[in-house]
Design a protein around this ligand. Structure first.
Ligand code: GLY
Length: 465
């Protein structure tokens, strides 16, 4: 945990945003995977963790906006718990670490909420993503499961986004720790991919172990495949072959739940061939152009299109696209090759606060989300502010089914050289992703620099593992 002043300050800041009622923050409970006592690794809810810091299952927090009081509810361990899990601090001692003096056993939470309901107080709560929490909220508040979904407080969502989107120094330091773990994961992945004939699973398992050994679990299921044209490929069953490129999209969590999210793509065997180097360099250029454009006040949607322009220019030079660059950009013809957005916010969730609703986090009254193919996947479009942490992750993918679909529809035929693109159907995909802090004057790439240029990648891979 951070020291208690951090959590006190966060709750004080929220009290300035929400003037009345009470805020109910549900921590997560243990979730079973194949029988009741066999549970997944416990992951605290990020919002509970942000305001109350405790990493224990079965806790809830209340912020009473009317009376300026905070509460933590949970159960003290009994002798059976102690026998199996060891001596644990009492709720009152845990709460003190978060600067909370008002505590109760969990059943007292229900009583407090009943009184609040009788007094017609507004009970603000956030959207949830776990079935257990939906059921618990339904019981606590006496509402149906459907009303739990629709009853989340928009005021609270907006206030939480406003606070959490600006990362403090200590949060940035945590994210950098997570990126530094990702450095070890990715350089290991590169060195292992220098050895053809290996099954992808061996690398995926090894780097997941690095995350656990150096910090916490991975921040999302590892994407690692020489079939990188499938954007989120979680199958790790292919045998690595020279001539293929291997995408590794992976990050770690720290013990305080802050995340990293990094992607690198490397040539199996360790040396880029001419065709790979040409396409790879375009993605590096798009990644760097986007990063260099980052500064307060620019809309991230504009950064997305700066990066897309570099992709179009490069693909035109390589003979895969044709025609006027501005017109191709206007038509969004690059979405054949990059059918996703440039990046997303990052923090305690790798897609930060996405559970609150993507548009609350990535868009605002001045920036409306596009509905067009590919661009609609851009999770962050709004104006950047100092303190935002986000990903920059352009890519070029040759997706045979998409190429066939667009060609048969005559889509973008003024801008795509389909005959040449056909010859790349065996190429796979490339994505290059970094984690960036928006500073007062521009940007900072977070963490220890992870090899990215062709020379840097080949140098690391010249030392196989
Ligand atoms: N890097 C995985 C994702 O953004 O979903």
């Amino acid at each position: 945990m951070f020291n208690k002043e951090v959590y006190i300050k966060r709750r004080e800041a929220l009290k300035k945003e929400i003037k009345s009622g009470i805020g109910l923050f549900m921590g997560n409970v243990d979730a079973s995977f194949n029988y009741p006592a066999n549970v997944y690794h416990f992951r605290q809810d990020s919002h509970f963790s942000y305001f109350f810091g405790l990493e224990n299952p079965g806790f809830a927090g209340i912020i009473d906006f009317d009376n300026d009081k905070d509460y933590i509810f949970g159960n003290d361990f009994d002798i059976d718990d102690i026998i199996w899990m060891g001596v644990q601090p009492k709720v009152i001692d845990l709460a003190a670490k978060a600067g909370v003096v008002n505590t109760g056993q969990y059943e007292e939470l229900g009583k407090m909420l009943s009184i609040a309901k009788m007094e017609s107080k507004t009970i603000h709560f956030l959207p949830t993503y776990r079935g257990e929490t939906v059921i618990e909220l339904s019981n606590l508040l006496g509402i149906s499961n459907a009303d739990v979904k629709s009853g989340a407080s928009e005021d609270l969502i907006k206030a939480v986004v406003k606070l959490k989107e600006i990362k403090s120094k200590e949060e940035v330091a945590e994210i950098e720790k997570a990126v530094d773990i990702a450095y070890e994961m990715h350089t290991t992945s590169m060195r292992m991919a220098a050895v053809p004939g290996r099954v992808e699973q061996e690398i995926a398992g090894t780097i997941e172990g690095i995350s656990l050994a150096l910090g916490g679990p991975v921040s999302f299921p590892i994407i690692l495949s020489q079939d990188g044209q499938t954007l989120h490929n979680h199958h790790h069953d292919k045998v690595l072959e020279v001539g293929r490129m291997m995408v590794t999209d992976a990050g770690a969590e720290t013990h305080l739940n802050y995340t990293s999210d990094i992607t690198r793509t490397v040539p199996v065997g360790g040396k880029f061939n001419e065709r790979q180097a040409e396409i790879y360099q375009i993605v590096v250029d798009a990644n760097m152009a986007a990063i260099e454009a980052i500064k307060p006040g620019i809309k991230y949607r504009d950064v997305h299109f700066i990066s897309a322009r570099v992709l179009i220019e490069g693909l035109k030079k390589a003979g895969l696209m044709k025609g006027d660059v501005d017109a191709a950009l206007e038509a969004e013809a690059h979405t054949l090759f990059m059918p996703h957005g440039l990046g997303h916010m990052m923090g305690m969730d790798v897609h930060d606060m996405e559970g609150l609703g993507e548009n609350y986090v990535g868009y605002d009254e001045n920036t409306t989300r596009a509905t067009s193919f590919g661009t609609a996947y851009l999770r962050l479009g709004k104006e950047l502010k100092p303190g935002f942490v986000l990903t920059v992750e352009p890519g070029i993918y040759f997706i045979p089914d998409l190429i066939d679909k667009f060609r048969s529809e005559g889509k973008f035929e003024d801008f795509i050289n389909y005959d040449i693109v056909e010859t790349y159907k065996d190429f796979g995909g490339i994505r290059i992703e970094d984690d960036i802090l928006v500073t007062d004057t521009g940007y900072r790439v977070l963490g220890k620099p992870i090899p990215k240029t062709i020379d840097e990648v080949e140098a690391v891979m010249s030392n196989p593992l």
